[in-house]
Design a protein around this ligand. Sequence first.
Ligand code: ZN
Ligand code: ZN
Length: 433
Amino acid sequence: MPHKDTANEPAPALAPEHAATVRSLAGDLYPELFQLYARLHSEPELSGQEKETAGRIASQLRTAGYQVTEGVGGYGIVGVLENGAGPVVLVRADLDALPIEEKTGLAYASKARGSLAGKEEVGIMHACGHDVHMTVLVGTARILSLLKDQWQGTLLMVAQPSEEVGAGARSMIDDGLFTRFPHPDCALALHVTPSLPAGRVGFREGLFWAGCASLELVIHGMGGHGSRPHETKDPVVMAAETILLLQTVVSRETDPSEPAVLTIGSIHGGTKGNIIPEQVVLQVNYRFFSEDTGKQIRAAIERTARGIACAAGMPEDRMPVVKDLYTGPPIHNDHELTRRSASSFRSVLGKENVIRMNRFTLSDDFSLFGSVKPKIPLCYFLLGTAREESPADSGKPCEVPGLHNPEFSPDPEPAIKTGVKAMVAAVLEALRA
Ligand code: ZN
Ligand code: ZN
C-alpha cells in the first residue's frame, strides 16, 4: 500500500515561477503530444522490430534540436543536447509493444498484427504503456530545449528497444551507450501504473522493482505408446510433479522476509492423447530483491527438476536441462537522487499527488543502467494512468485493467501532462548538482 508522504518534507526544488513555466509548457504542448501518442499507440511494433517507432522518435528529437544517433544496440536511439558545462543527465523510454490483441475499443486502438521469431501471428498492442513513456520523453526533450537558458549541462535522451524481452538495455550498453556518448551522472526513467490515478506519481528510495530471471526447463522422458506406460518414462507426469513442487520454493525455502515470486507461464509437450512424448518444456520466470535469493531460487529449480527425474528413474545423461534466457538485477533507486526528484515532483504537481510506494514485483531492464562502471545513480518512478480514484489509495483490489491486459487504457491527458511535468522537474533538479 502506498501512503502519502508529508512528514519532514524538504522545500520544493523548483522556484514557483519555474514550476509555473513547466506546467504551462506541458499544457501548451499537449495537443501535439496527444497526436504523437495516438499514432504510436495505433501503430505498435514488437520487441526487436521497432523500426518505424524508433524513426518517429529520432525525427522528433532532431526537430527539438538534439544530435541524434540511430541504430544503437538494434533500433535504439540516443539524442544528445549539449548546453555548456554541467552534469550529464540521461532520460530513458522504451520502444516496444506486446503480442496482445487490443480490446479497448478506443478510436486510436491498434489493429496491427505481427509475429515474434518462430511464433504465430498475433495482434500487437501497447499494453505496457511504452507509448506513454515515449510521448513523455519527447515532451520532456522539447521543453528542456525551450528552457535552455535556465540550465547548463548535457542531456541524453535514450529510446530503448526490446524491454519486454529483457534484451534492449543490454544490447544498447554492449553497443557503447556508456562509451560512445557522455557518461551520465544520473539516469531517470518512469513506468506507467494503473495502481495510481492519472495525475499522480509514485516513488520509492532504495529497492523498488524486482530483479527478474527467465529460464526454459526441458524435462526429458522416454516416449512410447500411451497404453504401455511401464515401457516409457513419462515427461508429462514429471512436468506435473515439478510444477507442483516448485510451488514450495517461495513458500518453504526462501526467507519469508524477502519477497520473491516464481511463475511457470508456459508448458508444452506432446501431440496426442495416446502418445507419451519424449520431452516437455516449461518456461519459468522468477523475481527477487537480493542476488542471494535469486541464486537460491535458480538452484532450487534445477535441484527439484533433477530430483523428480531421478525419482522417475531417468538415466544421468537424460536429466532435465536448464537454459537461462534472461537475468537482470532489481532496480535500486539512489536515495539522494530519488529524494530530490520527489521534491521536484511536489513543486510541479503539488504534494498530494506525489506518493511513496511499496516495492513492486514487476521488473524493467533499466536496472542494468545502474550496474555499469562508473556507477550511475538511478531514479525510476511511477506515473499513474487510472481513469478513476486509485484502488491502491482506497485499499480495495485493483479493478482497472492492469499492465499487459488487452483492455489496459491510460487516461492520456492527465497522464501525459503529469509525466512531462514530473520528468522535466526531475531533470532540472538533477542538472542543479
Ligand atoms: Zn511490460
Ligand atoms: Zn513496461
